[in-house]
Design a binder for this molecule. Sequence first.
Ligand SMILES: C[S@@+](CC[C@H](N)C(=O)[O-])C[C@H]1O[C@@H](n2cnc3c(N)ncnc32)[C@H](O)[C@@H]1O
Length: 280
Amino acid sequence: MTTPAPSAFDPRAFEGTAEYYAVGRAPYSAALADTMVRELSLDGTGQLLDVGCGPGVLELPLARLFDDVTALDPEPGMLRVGQRRCQRAGVANVRWVQGVAEDIAALNLGACRAITFGQSFHRVRRLEVAEASYDLLAPGGSLVLISHHVDGRPRPADPGYPEVPHAAVRKLILDYLGDGTRHYLATWDEGQPARFEDTLSQTRFGGSRTTYAPGRPDLIRAVDTVVASYFSLSYAAPRWFGNRRTGFESDLRQLLLEYSPAGLFWEWPGDTELVIATKS
Ligand SMILES: C[S@@+](CC[C@H](N)C(=O)[O-])C[C@H]1O[C@@H](n2cnc3c(N)ncnc32)[C@H](O)[C@@H]1O
């Protein structure tokens, strides 16, 4: 089979993953909204721009903290699923816009109180996009880079289920998809500074501060959810498997059941990290 060669900077990297993303990805901290209010002194007003919104992941908890929200993503499937989830949840102050971070200056948004990137800043040209964000923010407004963070965070007690065997699943994916995926995983950062803090210190923000909201200690995931979480990854999106997709899914399910005959896994996504850069 021809090996795919995905790129971290392909704006269509998540094509065909939105439904899986909405089901499979671990949620951020339950305290994320409260942490945003406290750290940014939010008062329910102003505009939020959320870049790389995916299926409305940050809109659901954060939209109520602002007058209005612009949710930006290049992938139409993500925007469709995000809109549907927000409608169902009664979140009505979000405008869904197809586009890339590199073009935010052209959105004619007016000054933003906050600009968020939830697990999406690593996918953009960071220095350029951080500078464009600086221009879009109102004085005192903040750029907030949100992600799960495991390393160095206090690990909660395991509730008695095995963890997802990520190393074994990754090997299975590589067996199916081969060298293109291996290359992609090895060159993820494509020469950009690895730490967001390092990028931000090179911009007009002049630096950043980092805070954490406690992650979810009690996520028990069924096999279906774990399968969805893998199909939600850009490098394991269903389209890469072509006509071997069914075979892969069946091998993945079998592998998971070997590790957990009950078909249940504990997932600790880590604490939710907020790297915050404020425009003075
Ligand atoms: C890992 S998902 C994050 C989704 C969501 N924000 C979250 O917190 O889970 C990354 C998202 O960034 C989007 N993306 C990829 N390249 C982008 C770019 N250049 N500009 C804006 N968004 C981009 C993808 O389509 C995808 O929806």
